[in-house]
Write a protein that binds this ligand. Structure first.
Ligand SMILES: Nc1ncnc2c1ncn2[C@@H]1O[C@H](COP(=O)(O)OP(=O)(O)OP(=O)(O)O)[C@@H](O)[C@H]1O
Ligand SMILES: [Mg+2]
Length: 233
């Protein structure tokens, strides 16, 4: 479904991604691991066109999306929940969901505001609250739910657990698990624990390169790799 072939992405003259290749099959859940500054966010932002790759190629369902504008990439069926979540603070939870609605032509819609509020009672309780007044965890749930309003085939989640309390991390994990049945997911994390629980396999990035790729099962037994490339958290 997604093929990222040897992409190079820059911030000005700074060479952030130095040849990243990853691949996802439809239905997979994969984690991108790596320490601070490894290039996880830049990889996701390159896929959705926020920081377009200067070299290399990105194919989605066989179509070259490398040079498309972000809105065009979103319309191909790729949704990104960025690290800073970007909910609309002055809109209510329900309004945040409503304004995000976009159904690609020819796609049978799976989601609606009603279904989301039905499946996520936590959001239903907050439906009329301004998003700016929600906790970090509640905003994260909203940001993921909002991305579903575009009916994504591929969902990219950038550090969905960052800064969240363990009890919320569990809820985010449950949310990912529930979406795994119907959506292909690529998420990022700095440490290996959450990835092992919620992804089938992982890529490890360091200094803008993929340095390791393994199934969660293999990573679990490979302490040396954890210590070399990942946070100990
Ligand atoms: N807006 C920017 N301008 C300049 N350099 C940037 C910018 N954003 C990221 N970088 C640099 O690009 C490299 C990759 O950063 P990136 O944010 O992709 O890492 P990351 O793996 O997501 O890290 P973190 O775990 O801290 O989120 C780092 O060297 C970083 O300093
Ligand atoms: Mg990041």
């Amino acid at each position: 479904m997604l093929q990222v072939n040897d992409i190079h992405t820059y911030y000005g003259e700074s060479h952030a991604l130095q040849g990243v290749s990853i691949e996802l099959k439809a239905g997979e859940t994969v984690c991108l691991l790596g320490r601070n500054g490894a290039g996880k966010s830049t990889t996701l932002k390159s896929i959705v066109g926020w920081t377009p790759a200067r070299r290399g190629q990105i194919l989605f369902n066989g179509k070259d999306i490398t040079r498309l504008a972000p809105y065009q990439i979103a319309r191909q069926g790729i949704g990104l929940v960025p690290e800073d979540r970007r909910v609309f603070a002055s809109l209510t939870v329900k309004e945040n969901l409503e304004v995000a609605r976009y159904i690609r032509p020819g796609v049978q819609p799976k989601w609606s505001v009603e279904r989301i509020l039905d499946e996520y009672p936590m959001l239903a309780e907050l439906a009329n609250r301004d998003a700016g007044n929600l906790s970090g965890g509640q905003q994260q749930m909203l940001a993921v739910a909002r991305s579903l309003m575009c009916e994504p085939e591929l969902l990219l989640l950038d550090e969905p657990n960052e800064g969240l309390a363990p009890v919320i991390v569990k809820q985010i994990g449950a949310l990912i698990d529930a979406l795994r049945d119907t959506t292909t997911i690529l998420f990022t994390d700095q440490s290996v624990h959450f990835a092992l629980q919620h992804a089938e396999r992982a890529y490890i990035l360091e200094k803008g390169r993929v340095v390791h790729s393994a199934t969660s099962q293999d990573l679990k037994d490979d302490v040396e790799t954890h210590q070399r490339y990942l946070s100990v958290a």
